[in-house]
Write a protein that binds this ligand. Structure first.
Ligand SMILES: Nc1ncnc2c1ncn2[C@@H]1O[C@H](COP(=O)(O)OP(=O)(O)O)[C@@H](O)[C@H]1O
Ligand SMILES: [Mg+2]
Length: 300
């Protein structure tokens, strides 16, 4: 009986996801998800990449933008050597479509440029250029996943404030948790209508993942009056490093290990946590155009 109920729930969820995808395609709205953290090196790029690939495997059209202006490395993680990057778009030498490269499972990637002037420091005409280019892609993808740098630099903060969906990654270590809390606090005032998600990376086991996430959620609720949605956790696993060393996404190399299953759960939760189940209104719809319009407003 229980099994049957579970099966029915699964079918209902699949149908719901399919309908949402169709609505989005029909309305040409791309869901923008910004991935960030307080501390560096906690696994933002690893998660952004592997979750993006997982979404592709689920039939979603995903564009992954490497926006860590300090240490762009998504291309290196995949052993790709892009000819052009976002810098060429800013300089007006290339259109965005010219610089997009293809990764595994049909994932589209906007390669980043290390040492580039931070997006928040670009002139408004330069920003406008990126905005117009990105706006053209609205609706061509179901998801735009943006991998940012760590901390609360103006650049990262701008992304976080503009996005409707923000994923904060932390490890269970106190310095990472404290810094993650700092980021959440920095955006707390403006987080109305925003979805804030948490992923705890490099946990010892499920119990630790659940405990750390719960504690973090409680603190945010108590002191910031803010609802943090828990997306899941990823176990600490040497195979993740193995993937990085062989320049492949670990979840594709070792699809049956626990960390890959964790990624699958996170992607599943992200899809089902999609708040835009109905027809999005201008105020809440998101999409790439609205996201970048907000960025331009914030930078001004
Ligand atoms: N779940 C994990 N288990 C083991 N190692 C991990 C895990 N997640 C990330 N790492 C390692 O941590 C390092 C930093 O990850 P990365 O994704 O580049 O972090 P960030 O983008 O936040 O700077 C990488 O060398 C990666 O192999
Ligand atoms: Mg990174």
């Amino acid at each position: 009986m229980n099994d049957q109920a579970e099966r029915l729930r699964e079918i209902a969820l699949n149908v719901k996801q399919q309908i949402e995808t169709e609505i989005r395609q029909e309305l040409k709205v791309t869901r923008v998800i910004v991935v960030s953290s307080g501390k560096g090196g906690v696994g933002k790029s690893t998660l952004a990449l592997n979750v993006s690939i997982n979404l592709c495997i689920r039939g979603q059209r995903v564009l992954l933008m490497d926006a860590d202006m300090g240490m762009a490395n998504i291309d290196i993680m995949l052993g790709l050597v892009p000819k052009y990057n976002i810098q060429h778009v800013v300089q007006g030498k290339k259109g965005l479509k010219d610089i997009i490269i293809e990764g595994p499972e049909g994932l589209s990637i906007i390669p980043g440029s290390s040492g580039m002037v931070e997006l928040a420091n670009l002139s408004s005409s330069e920003l406008q250029k990126i905005m117009v280019e990105l706006g053209k892609l609205d609706g061509e993808y179901d998801y735009l996943v943006i991998d940012t740098g760590a901390g609360i630099s103006r650049n990262v903060l701008t992304f976080l404030l503009a996005a409707d969906d923000v994923v904060i990654i932390t490890t269970p270590e106190p310095p990472a948790l404290t810094d993650a809390y700092g980021v959440v606090k920095a955006i707390a005032r403006e987080s109305g209508g925003k979805n804030l998600y948490l992923v705890v990376n490099r946990v010892n086991d499920n119990a630790e993942g659940i405990m750390v996430a719960d504690k973090f959620r409680l603190v945010c609720s108590k002191f910031l009056d803010l609802e943090m949605k828990i997306l899941g956790h990823v176990v600490n696993d040497p195979l993740v490093g193995e993937g990085i060393r062989s320049q492949q996404a670990f979840s594709r190399m070792f699809p049956y290990n626990v960390a890959a299953k964790n990624i699958n759960d996170i992607a599943g939760n992200l899809i089902s946590a999609n708040p835009r189940t109905g027809i999005p209104s201008e105020g809440s719809s998101g999409g790439i155009r609205k996201f970048f319009r907000k960025i331009v407003d914030l930078v001004k």
